[in-house]
Design a protein around this ligand. Structure first.
Ligand code: MLT
Length: 413
């Protein structure tokens, strides 16, 4: 008999997305006609085909692998130099940010990286998360043993929850006195669709520097930022090179949710310490982790990611972003016409809608599912402060989004 990781037993029954799928299946069994009509605005999964540049690059790379002279086996664990260099140049150096190619770690996506990073950070760090929050940050800390069991109030002891509400525009300020060693921030935000200003992000960097903390900054949705003055990377803030690790994804800009590719930026200047107080570079540990656990992302996929940075690739990515942001605008306006209060959807593909008086988030979820056959995510699934809201994803076809708005218009809110 083997011992299990008992921290897993602290997690509630299901991750939010499988739980929603279960409820949608139940409707399908009870009412097959309704199931045929269902429109999914729940999980943020892209619907539009891959950019043509990526398809051509995949084909060309596959052809290379079919010839003895150009065949490749194992690639470098942390990513091919051609992609690291391309990322470093386009996403950072051309924007005046000093991120070297060797500080880029190519992976199969930001979701895995956000969880895996805990493996190089010791147990016992005091961790701060937003509330509501992308559930991966919380669940992976539970799995790593950084929390107590689930408390009766729906939170975990050991985590510092940072309320994100309409009152603070869904951007928490750093705590005045309490200290967090590890802080997860995600902007453009999943799930609220909010964006952080340069001043607000600077306050967090100052906090991290003053407290010797590390910010884990998730910018999976940065391509949706539609104002040039807003920060696209935490490294735009002075000192962030010493206190921040940044997670990027090609899922939401290049439509790679099924292709799988992303990257982490771990600057050489970010350090943690041993129990005895010796400073250790996290770059060294993260490299070691990749070398031991990974043989890298496939060559064909890395060539496809590289193609997104070509001039044609940039145009095709921009067209995808414009499409999904157009959807977000239609959803926002449609919900407002119903008298609902709406947030987000301007710098993010998520629209965060306040529930009408007297209805909670699972209640609105059920009503939308049963009366309009539209799937959204109940805000309570993202944390206690998500109660009273639902998240509507703009990742859809234009036809479906227009149909969603038509169906909502037929409901009494
Ligand atoms: C979401 O719906 O929040 C995201 O698609 C999930 C993810 O990116 O893992």
């Amino acid at each position: 008999m083997v011992f299990i990781n008992e921290h897993y037993l602290k997690l509630p029954g299901g991750y939010i997305f499988p739980e929603i799928a279960r409820r949608v299946d139940a409707l399908g069994r009870a009412d097959p006609a309704a199931a045929q009509r269902i429109i999914h605005c729940g999980i943020g999964d892209v619907t539009e085909p891959l950019p043509l540049v990526a398809v051509s690059a995949l084909n060309a790379a596959a052809a290379e692998l079919s010839r003895r002279e150009t065949f490749r086996g194992y690639g470098p664990a942390v990513g091919y130099g051609f992609l690291q260099e391309c990322i470093s140049r386009h996403d950072f150096r051309e924007r005046g940010l000093q991120i070297d190619a060797s500080e880029i770690f190519v992976s199969d996506g930001a979701k895995g990286d956000c969880g895996d990073i805990l493996e190089i950070l010791g147990p016992g760090n005091h961790v701060a998360v937003a509330d509501p929050v992308y559930p991966v940050y919380v669940d992976t800390n539970v799995m790593a043993g950084n929390t107590t069991a689930l408390c009766t109030d729906g939170g975990y002891g050991g985590l510092m929850y940072l309320p994100c509400t309409p009152e603070n525009d869904f951007v928490p300020a750093p705590p005045k006195s309490e200290k967090a060693e590890l802080i997860y921030l995600c902007y453009p935000n999943n799930p609220t669709g909010a964006m952080i200003s340069r001043e607000q992000l600077s306050e967090w960097v100052e906090y991290a520097m003053a407290n010797d903390s590390i910010i884990l900054y998730d910018v999976a949705y940065q391509a949706y930022i539609s104002e040039p003055d807003l920060p696209r990377s935490i490294y735009e803030i002075p000192d962030a090179r010493s206190c921040a690790i940044e997670f990027h994804s090609f899922s939401k800009n290049g439509g790679f949710t099924g292709v799988r590719c992303g990257y982490t930026v771990c600057p050489r200047s970010v350090t943690g310490r041993t129990r005895e107080g010796r400073r250790v570079g996290l770059h060294e540990l993260w490299t070691r982790r990749f070398q031991t656990r990974s043989n890298g992302v496939s060559y064909v996929v890395q060539r496809a990611a590289e193609a997104l940075y070509t001039p044609d690739g940039q145009k095709q990515v921009a067209a995808l972003i414009e499409h999904y942001l157009g959807n977000a605008r239609i959803l926002r306006e449609g919900c407002r016409r119903l008298g609902l209060t709406v947030y987000g959807g301007v710098h993010a593909p998520y629209v965060w809608v306040a529930c009408p008086e007297g209805v909670d988030s699972w209640g609105l979820f059920e009503r939308l599912l049963e009366e309009a056959n539209v799937v959204v995510i109940p805000g309570a699934g993202f944390g206690r402060c998500g109660e009273g809201f639902v998240r509507i994803s703009a990742f859809n076809t234009r036809q479906n989004v227009e149909e969603v708005v038509r169906r909502l218009a037929g409901m009494k809110m």
